[in-house]
Design a protein around this ligand. Structure first.
Ligand SMILES: NC(=O)c1ccc[n+]([C@@H]2O[C@H](COP(=O)([O-])OP(=O)(O)OC[C@H]3O[C@@H](n4cnc5c(N)ncnc54)[C@H](O)[C@@H]3O)[C@@H](O)[C@H]2O)c1
Length: 395
């Protein structure tokens, strides 16, 4: 179900961090072919791509059936058995990490080394692991900035997935140093250890690396803004335009882009097997926090949680610049399906960058505010809202 919307449309929409411009990536991705030498990524195969079923799936054999049983019955997109993996998930205690760990535990035979400074969102999996998961998941409380255990854990795994980051927009302006350190400097040893130890890496980047369109520099009502060449991004050709240095909002996108370049260069020069994921607004349970309830009261979460908070407190919803900027949302469990495909299809995923979003699910922030208000005012929701609001007011 995840793949259908992506395949049905040649475009992936861009979530723009600043007002109106509307970006669309118009690159049709053909079936990515494995690189000639599967241990090294094809340096030319760097374009954002999507995993597709092979045109000619491999036939299962008797030996294949035995392999398949050992793999818990899991097969890759070419019909070959997937061997059980040990996966080092860094940032496992966050929103995406928690859903990924749940999926890996529920549907695969893979083993997880879960690294994070917090484990609240995966407590049900690790503290302690329920008996049926014993030996399959272990939580390691560590900060990748300064923990000597990191390399050893990466060495123990077949694959490392790096999700750790400061990635809440409100932080980019207020904590630009932490943002740059977290998204670039702290990720460096992860890339280095994977490369030096010949371990595969799936690195989480962001759709924000696409930067601004040329059209965004035109006056707001300029007719050329509506011309595709001014707002369509062609991934292998468009220049990458970020805001000026004084606009600290760009610290996140810039740090993410530089680490992407580093990962790519490690692939090209040192043979690192890598995949880069660029999420486009993944949403679902456990994302963000409601300030003062399950997060800091002075914190500012991402837009969905911000609006939820306003609605719960019966406050007006604040629209930045009229709420004209566009967002495409994808449900976390659909997006995690895509990540699992990358995990289990290294020959197709290595050396590629994947945009993961739902281009058929685009709204302006204003429309989102209207939709959420409407849902909240439905009678059934109003009852829930009323009791939650009362408990919030009693805090
Ligand atoms: N959620 C989205 O829609 C979205 C969009 C674009 C990009 N991304 C990227 O996906 C990744 C995961 O996003 P998320 O929404 O799950 O974020 P999140 O904040 O919920 O999770 C990140 C986790 O990393 C951990 N972490 C941060 N620094 C660490 C450190 N130094 N050592 C150990 N653990 C550390 C945090 O404690 C947290 O649990 C990030 O790299 C983010 O930039 C997510």
């Amino acid at each position: 179900s995840f793949l259908r919307p992506l395949h049905s449309s040649p475009s992936v929409k861009y979530r723009h961090p600043t007002p109106p411009p509307y970006h669309r990536h118009r690159r049709r991705i053909d079936n990515p072919q494995p690189s000639p030498n599967p241990t090294r990524p094809d340096p030319h195969a760097h374009s954002p791509s999507r995993i597709r079923p092979s045109a000619r799936p491999r036939r299962a054999t008797a030996g294949g059936e035995r392999e398949s049983m050992a793999s818990g019955g899991r097969t890759d997109l070419d019909g070959a058995a997937v061997a059980p993996l040990t996966i080092c998930v860094i940032g496992a205690g966050g929103f995406i990490g928690s859903h990924l760990c749940e999926k890996l535990m529920a549907e695969t035979p893979h083993t997880v080394l879960a690294l994070d400074v917090y484990c609240d969102k995966i407590r049900h999996l690790v503290d302690p692991p329920p008996p049926h998961l014993a030996g399959r998941i272990a939580f390691h409380r560590l900060n990748i900035k300064n923990d000597s255990r990191l390399e050893g854990l990466i060495k123990m795994a077949d694959l490392t997935i790096n999700l750790a980051a400061i990635c809440t927009p409100a932080d980019y302006n207020t904590r630009p140093l932490d943002t740059i350190y977290s998204n670039f400097i702290d990720a460096l040893p992860v890339v280095k250890y994977c490369s030096e130890n010949s371990k595969r890496l799936i690195h989480f980047s962001t759709c924000e690396v696409y930067g601004k369109t040329i059209g965004s520099f035109l006056p707001k009502d300029h007719p050329l803004r509506k011309e595709p060449e001014f707002y369509v991004l062609t991934e292998d050709e468009s220049p990458c335009i970020f805001g000026p240095i004084v606009k600290q909002r760009w610290s996140y996108a810039c740090a993410k882009q530089l680490i992407e370049r580093l990962v790519f260069a490690e692939g090209a020069e040192n043979g690192l097997e890598f995949t880069i994921v660029r999420p486009f607004n993944w949403i679902g349970p456990r994302m963000d926090f409601i300030p003062g309830v399950d997060g800091p009261s002075e914190g500012v979460p991402r837009v969905l949680a911000c609006f939820s908070n306003n609605l719960l407190r019966r406050e007006p919803l604040k629209l930045v610049d009229g709420g004209e900027s566009q967002r495409t949302f994808v449900y976390i469990k659909d997006a995690i399906e895509a990540v699992l495909l990358m995990i289990e299809n290294p020959a197709r995923a290595n050396g590629h960058i994947f945009n993961v979003g739902n281009p058929d699910n685009e709204v302006t922030v204003r429309e989102l505010a209207e939709m959420m208000t409407e849902v909240c005012h439905e009678p059934a929701m109003a009852t829930v809202l009323c009791s939650v609001t009362l408990s919030l007011l009693n805090l």
